[in-house]
Design a protein around this ligand. Structure first.
Ligand SMILES: [Zn+2]
Length: 468
């Protein structure tokens, strides 16, 4: 790792001297409750887009626009394209946020960002308003010192990520020319641990189905008739119990047939991570509850094997519990899927299994819900990954780790596909303590500094990028 060139060094100094300003700008964005979910005021998401656009404009980017089509939550786009001979990078983040949930669970108000114990608390601090700042702070550092960026930049800030990016593919098709780039840097993922820069190389997909059992035409007295008529709540519990063994291994025949094994390089890379500590910290798993899988198996189980969950189960209601046998029971079953499983095929196998194991006499209804594909890096040898890893190492002072992610991020696949399969680098500033989507979401402030510095290095290094 050589010393940075003069332009990068000046930008680094500028970025460091403006850290407080960047943090204040982040807080401004966090104060806008731009929740994209149905039932929340969509004008707040529009305000969030306007605030992001204003902030991006102040960083010196050109052609800043808020783009809206139909009643889709607005996107923000900007560019700086003044090097005809140099590559173009597309930088991505999103400005919408998850609902705050029950505010009683928060130690401070979700949309009133507060610094506490070296972290910034507030909805959207980590997911993903920091992603915007990671890009703009570096841009502003170069434009305020050299007066130019080292590479051509397009910036896309989405407004419907938290509700599944369902219009993103159409948006990209409508604006394909505008978005054309040689590579993408997406800041909406996690570091494997605080202070450890990480590049995510795979995401799981998701399929889910609703399953409902119907028995009696109406609920009946459990004293008069208990013991002689079938109970749909117990029947559904037994049916769901057939899906996995006690260790969580899925028992559906054929489900693992298409799963791509880990490569030798992946096994080696993953084996050096202390995942047990990370899982326990990230989930607050009590010591008396055993982890599923040995520590060597954790990476495979979280990132590269399907996992099955029952998201909700309903039969009667806890509030109005009475001595009755229910007439029906309902559950939503979800499965995370991995390379090379096929979403539709998996959904069919899951539905067929439930149907064919339906307890005798019950009427079963299976309703397919979500079916989203997994994603993985096509070619880890593309030079973009080396550039990104080196830049992060300079910012964090730690070796960059290549990791998987067990979650599904629906925007990655359509963006990459609609833009001709250009390489995508997924990084982010969340750590196992960030609690995104939940109470007390927070951002580690020193990692905030480190990602900003990394991005200054990244823009500088990207000038040398040529597709591998
Ligand atoms: Zn996000």
């Amino acid at each position: 790792m050589g010393a940075p060139d003069a332009a990068t060094q000046k930008a680094l100094d500028h970025c460091t001297s403006r850290l407080n300003h960047s943090l204040e700008e982040l807080k401004k964005l966090v104060r806008i409750p731009g929740v994209s979910f149905d039932g929340f005021d969509p004008s707040q998401v529009r305000d969030s887009a306007s605030a992001a656009a204003e902030h991006i404009h102040s960083s010196g980017m050109k052609n800043v626009e808020v783009i809206q089509f139909g009643d889709v939550h607005p996107y923000v786009f900007a560019e700086w394209m003044e090097h005809p001979d140099l590559p173009t990078v597309l930088l991505y983040a999103h400005h919408d946020v998850q609902p705050p949930g029950d505010e009683k669970g928060w130690n401070s108000k979700p949309f009133d960002p507060v610094e506490r114990g070296g972290r910034l608390f507030g909805r959207g601090t980590a997911d993903d308003k920091v992603g915007i700042l990671a890009h703009t702070a570096a841009i502003s550092a170069y434009l305020n010192t050299a007066g130019r960026l080292p590479v051509n930049v397009k910036l896309l800030i989405e407004g419907e990520e938290e509700i599944g990016s369902s219009h993103l593919a159409e948006f990209v098709r409508r604006h394909r020319e505008k978005l054309r780039a040689d590579c993408m840097i997406l800041t909406d993922c996690s570091n494997i641990d605080t202070g450890i820069p990480s590049i995510t190389t795979s995401l799981r997909g998701l399929v889910s189905v609703d399953v409902e059992l119907r028995g009696l035409p109406q609920p009946v007295h459990s004293g008069f008739w208990g013991g002689v008529v079938p109970d749909p709540a117990i029947a559904l519990a037994q049916l769901l119990g057939k899906l996995t063994d006690e260790e969580g291994n899925i028992l559906i025949p054929g489900i693992l047939d298409d799963v791509r094994p880990l490569s030798v390089a992946e096994i080696k890379e993953f084996s050096t991570l202390d995942l047990e500590k990370i899982v326990r910290a990230g989930t607050q798993l009590p010591d008396h509850l055993p982890l599923r899988g040995t520590s060597e198996e954790l990476a495979k189980r979280m990132w590269r094997e399907p996992s099955l969950s029952v998201l909700a189960f309903e039969s009667g209601s806890r509030k109005m519990v009475a001595n009755i046998i229910q007439d029906g029971a309902w559950a939503r079953v979800s499965m995370r899927i991995v390379p090379d499983m096929k979403p539709q095929k998996t959904q069919d196998i899951l539905s067929d299994f439930l149907r064919s194991h339906c307890p005798r006499g019950f009427e079963i209804t299976i309703t397919p819900e979500a079916a989203a594909d997994w994603w993985t890096v096509q070619d880890l040898n593309d030079p973009i990954f080396d550039i990104a890893a080196r830049s992060l190492e300079k910012g964090y002072g730690q070796k960059t780790r290549f990791v998987g992610c067990g979650a599904s991020i629906p925007f990655v696949q359509p963006l990459s596909q609609e833009l001709g399969g250009i390489p995508a680098v997924l990084l982010g500033v969340e750590d196992p303590y960030s609690n995104p989507h939940s109470d007390n979401e927070s951002l580690h402030l020193d990692d905030f500094r480190k990602i900003l510095i990394s991005q200054v290095h990244m823009l500088g290094e990207l000038a040398r990028y040529r597709r591998g």
